[in-house]
Design a protein around this ligand. Structure first.
Ligand SMILES: *[C@@H]1O[C@H](CO)[C@@H](O)[C@H](O)[C@H]1NC(C)=O
Ligand SMILES: *[C@@H]1O[C@H](CO)[C@@H](O)[C@H](O)[C@H]1NC(C)=O
Ligand SMILES: *[C@@H]1O[C@H](CO)[C@@H](O)[C@H](O)[C@H]1NC(C)=O
Length: 402
C-alpha cells in the first residue's frame, strides 16, 4: 500500500467511525423521543350523543399529486372527537397513498385517537360521471361502520379549506337539531332539465379499468313522473339518520334513485337532493345552504374561481364554514391559518383540548386534556348568525324542497 493510499484508508476509517457515532446519536435521540411520546400516547375518553357537542365525519378526496394538500386540509379540520377518511383516486399511485398514511401516522394525537383512515383500495371518479356518487356512498358506508359517534358528514376535496375552527363549528351546531341536512337544492331545473336530466349517459369508470370520459346515448328519456327531480350544489353536510336511510335502504327510494341517476350527467348534483326531497321522513330536515363560500365567474364555469388574498375579507365575513377552491400553497391559506385557525405550519388547529405550553418551540396540541369541551373563538358569532338566519328562513318561508 502506497503512502497516499494508506492516508486515504485512514481517512475512510475515520469517516466510517464518525458516521457510526452519528447514527447511534440519532437512534439514541429517536428512542428517547419515543420513550417521551409513549407517556402521552393514550387517548382520553371521547363522549358522543345528546348532551355532548356534535362530531363530524369528514371525507376528503383528491387525485394524484394531492397528498400534501389533503394532509394540510386534514390538519386544518382535525379534532380528536371527529372521524376522517382520506381518498386519493385511482389516478394517484400506491406510493402516494402510502406516503399520506405515513404523514398521518407521524402526528402523535392522530396516532393516539386513531380517528383517521386512508382508503387503501381507491375508487375511480370519472369527471361528470356517476362513479362520484359510488365513491361517496362507499365513504359514508365505511364511516358509518367504523364510527358510531358522528352526527354530520362533510364532503371536502383537496382544493377546499375551512373558515372556522372545529370548536366553533361544533359550538354553533350544538343548538341545531342533529337531523338537519345542509343541502343547497331547488326543483327549478331550468336548462339543466334538457342538458343534465334528459340525456342518457354511461360512466365507463363503472366497468372499464382505464380512465375514460362519460359517453352519451343518442336517445333522450322523458322527465320522470314517479318522483320529482331536485338539483343543487354537490357540496353537502348531511345528517347521520339521513345517510343511514340512503345506505341501509330499508325504503327502496334511495336505491331506485341511485339506479335512475346512474345514467344522468353529474349525478352528484341531483342524487342526495332528490332523495331527501322525495322522502316524507326527511323532506322537512333540509336547510337550503351548502355552507360553502364560492365565487363564480360570469357566466359561471363548471368550477368556481380560485380564491386568493383579494377574497380574504369577504370570505372571512361570509359566515360560511368552508371555502373553495384554492390553488396549492396559495398565500390566502396562510392568512386563514394565522388569523382564523391560529394554526402553525404542520400542526393541527388548536382547540380547547390542547393543553401543552404555548411557546414557539412547542405544539400546544402535543398534550391533550378533556376533548369534550369546546372553546369558541371570535369567528363563532359570524357563523352562528348565518346559521340562525338559515334556520329562521326555514320556519317562516318554508322554502324547503320546492
Ligand atoms: C363529494 O366529493 C367528491 C370529491 O371531491 C366530489 O367529486 C363530489 O362531487 C362531492 N359530492 C357528492 C354529492 O358526491
Ligand atoms: C315534518 O313536518 C310536518 C308538518 O310540519 C310534521 O307533521 C312532521 O312531523 C315533520 N316530520 C319530521 C320528521 O320532523
Ligand atoms: C385574485 O384573483 C382575481 C381573479 O380571480 C384577480 O383579478 C386578482 O388580481 C387576484 N388578486 C391577487 C392579489 O392575486
Amino acid at each position: 500500500m502506497g503512502a497516499e493510499k494508506k492516508w486515504l484508508y485512514a481517512l475512510f476509517c475515520a469517516a466510517f467511525v464518525s458516521f457510526l457515532i452519528f447514527l447511534s446519536c440519532i437512534s439514541g435521540f429517536s428512542s428517547s423521543y419515543y420513550a417521551f411520546s409513549l407517556q402521552r400516547r393514550f387517548a382520553t375518553p371521547v363522549n358522543h350523543g345528546p348532551g355532548h357537542p356534535p362530531a363530524f365525519a369528514y371525507y376528503i378526496s383528491g387525485g394524484g399529486g394531492d397528498s400534501d394538500r389533503i394532509f394540510r386540509l386534514l390538519l386544518a379540520v382535525y379534532h380528536p372527537r371527529n372521524r376522517y377518511l382520506l381518498h386519493i383516486g385511482t389516478d394517484g399511485s400506491e406510493e402516494e397513498r402510502w406516503k399520506l398514511g405515513m404523514l398521518v401516522k407521524s402526528v402523535p394525537v392522530i396516532q393516539a385517537f386513531g380517528n383517521v383512515d386512508v382508503v387503501g383500495k381507491p375508487d375511480p371518479v370519472t369527471y361528470m360521471g356517476s362513479t362520484n356518487i359510488a365513491a361517496m356512498l362507499r365513504a359514508v358506508s365505511i364511516l358509518l361502520k367504523v364510527d358510531g359517534g358522528w352526527d354530520w358528514f362533510v364532503n371536502l376535496s383537496a382544493s377546499d379549506y375551512p373558515l372556522i375552527t372545529q370548536d366553533d363549528l361544533s359550538h354553533v351546531l350544538l343548538s341545531v337539531s342533529r337531523d338537519m341536512n345542509f343541502i343547497d337544492h331547488t326543483s327549478d331545473l331550468g336548462w339543466k332539465e334538457g342538458q343534465r336530466v334528459k340525456p342518457i349517459v354511461v360512466d365507463p369508470g363503472l366497468y372499464l379499468a382505464r380512465k375514460t370520459q362519460i359517453f352519451y346515448a343518442t336517445e333522450k328519456r322523458p322527465m320522470p313522473d314517479a318522483f320529482k327531480v331536485f338539483t343543487g350544489s354537490p357540496w353537502v353536510v348531511l345528517s347521520r339518520p339521513f345517510l343511514e336511510f340512503c345506505v341501509f335502504g330499508w325504503d327502496n327510494l334511495p336505491r331506485t334513485l341511485l339506479m335512475y341517476f346512474t345514467n344522468a350527467v353529474l349525478s352528484q348534483e341531483v342524487y342526495f337532493h332528490s332523495v331527501v326531497c322525495n322522502s316524507p321522513e326527511f323532506k322537512n330536515t333540509t336547510v337550503n345552504s351548502d355552507m360553502r363560500y364560492m365565487v363564480w365567474d360570469n357566466p359561471p364555469k363548471m368550477e368556481p374561481l380560485f380564491l386568493n388574498t383579494s377574497d380574504y375579507d369577504l370570505m372571512a365575513q361570509s359566515g360560511a364554514a368552508f371555502a373553495r377552491q384554492f390553488n396549492k400553497d396559495e398565500a390566502v391559506l396562510d392568512m386563514i391559518d394565522q388569523n382564523i385557525l391560529k394554526r402553525s405550519q404542520n400542526r393541527v388547529t388548536p382547540g380547547a383540548w390542547c393543553i401543552g405550553g404555548k411557546n414557539w418551540w412547542m405544539d400546544p396540541c402535543s398534550r391533550w386534556g378533556d376533548v369534550n369541551v369546546l372553546k369558541p373563538g371570535p369567528q363563532v358569532k359570524i357563523l352562528g348568525d348565518s346559521v340562525q338566519r338559515l334556520l329562521q328562513d326555514l320556519s317562516s318561508e318554508s322554502n324547503q324542497c320546492r
